[in-house]
Write a protein that binds this ligand. Structure first.
Ligand code: PLP
Length: 407
């Protein structure tokens, strides 16, 4: 069955998942036609192995690492779990720990892996507060390391960019602070990839997680960059196909991931400047248009002004995130959806209870303000017509959401 997307809909939720560009889809389908397990020694297997290893090289180069450091996984969640659990277990075995320093406001893959390590594996999690823009400052990390004592800290886990509010973190500075104490850092770079330079070697991180479907690759593949000197016990046991990860390798998805990365990067670890300029122009149109249409809407996360002149921008170019006073974000998403616009609230709903975003709470935003969150994220295929459609529909959606109130 083919599900046809209505032509008139605007897709402004690229942070949730990106559509696959035609060249990626083409390469993916062609690679899926190939027969052979890359671990098989016969001719078919060797062809699959060649495609896999060529893709691994492209992925490694685009991430500023080398192929021996590039573990292909099923996505960001698996990469993060492997890094947190694997490094924690390896460090505990070496007599180090049991503290995990976890910055607040991260993705649930990080938060829940850390909470599981605490409840089931004897870890002691210290949550490090972020600032009003949702960024962990190096001084906060330095103070936490000094307070705990380096030998008690198994791992630090941070983000390269926040997936809800788009703020970019000072990764190299944070890694330098931890390196001075000999503590490894894991970086969740899922939201940063393709948006800002992500260079594993230059960052000083011990481990770094990315996911293909956030950049136009398929769902179901990601990578964990794991430094050569970093030990991470496996969470998956089996055929030992890769260091720290068992399981038949997905050569076709690797081919598609490599193609998607090649499309969003230009050279080692650098996002394609033309794509970034396109994202930024549309994002800036959204920011200016929302402010004009709803003057009391508040842009959350870091201010992108001047980002075009910075090597590491303060905000990823695809992200606009607002809170709308007096509105419930879920009402806005519902009303915009009815008007043909797909956007996201960024808050979690559990058991029918609407909870505000943990990211906004970690930024110190009061519940009532955080309730009106709306995240709008653009992609390479986003058009001005989609932005026009959003800006045309928004005033009515906000008026109706306000009338419905916060209850
Ligand atoms: N980390 C961040 C920052 C994310 O935004 C996401 C996905 O939303 C993940 C991790 C999880 O990645 P995946 O969907 O590939 O499991």
């Amino acid at each position: 069955m083919t599900v046809q997307e209505p032509r008139t809909r605007a897709y402004l939720d690229h942070a949730a998942t990106c559509p696959m560009p035609e060249p990626v889809l083409h390469d993916y389908v062609e690679a899926l036609r190939a027969i052979g397990n890359p671990s098989s020694t016969h001719g078919h297997g060797q062809i699959a192995r060649e495609a896999l290893e060529r893709s691994r090289e492209t992925i490694a180069r685009a991430l500023g690492g080398d192929p021996a450091e590039t573990i292909l996984t099923s996505g960001g969640t698996e990469s993060i779990n492997t890094a947190l659990k694997g490094i924690f277990w390896s460090r505990r075995k070496a007599g180090i720990g049991p503290v995990l320093l976890i910055a607040e406001g991260q993705h649930s893959a990080t938060n829940e892996a850390a909470e599981w390590l605490e409840s089931e594996q004897g870890a002691e999690v210290r949550w490090l507060p972020t600032d009003a823009e949702g960024v962990l400052q190096p001084a906060v990390l330095a103070a936490a390391l000094a307070e705990e004592g380096a030998e008690r800290v198994a791992l630090v886990s941070i983000m390269w960019a926040n997936n809800e509010v788009g703020s970019v973190w000072p990764v190299a500075e944070l890694c330098a602070v931890a390196a001075a104490c000999g503590v490894p850092v894991h970086v969740d770079a899922v939201a940063a990839l393709g948006q800002v330079p992500v260079d594993f070697a230059a960052s000083g991180a011990a481990a770094l997680s990315v996911s293909a479907h956030k950049i136009g690759g398929p769902v179901g593949i990601g990578a964990l960059m794991l430094g050569r000197r970093t030990e991470a016990m496996s969470i998956l046991h089996g055929g030992s196909q890769q260091r720290s990860r068992s399981g038949t390798q997905n050569a076709a998805a690797a081919v598609a991931f490599a193609r998607a990365l090649a499309l969003v990067t230009s050279g080692r670890a650098t996002p394609d400047p033309a794509r970034v300029a396109h994202l930024r122009r549309l994002r800036d149109r959204i920011v200016a248009g929302v402010r004009a249409a709803v003057p009391d809407a508040v842009l959350r996360g870091s201010d992108p002004a001047g980002d075009e002149d910075r090597e590491q921008p303060r905000r990823i170019p695809a992200n606009a995130h607002f809170t709308f006073p007096g509105c419930q974000g879920d009402s806005l998403v519902f009303l915009l959806d009815a008007a043909g616009i797909s956007a996201s609230v960024g808050s979690a709903c559990g058991a029918g209870v609407v909870r505000t975003s943990h990211v906004l709470r970690s930024m110190g935003i009061p519940e009532e303000e955080a309730a009106g969150a709306l995240r709008l994220t653009v992609g390479a295929g986003t058009t001005d017509a989609e932005v026009d459609a959003l800006l045309a529909a928004l005033p009515d959606a906000v008026a109706r959401a306000r009338a419905a109130g916060l209850s």
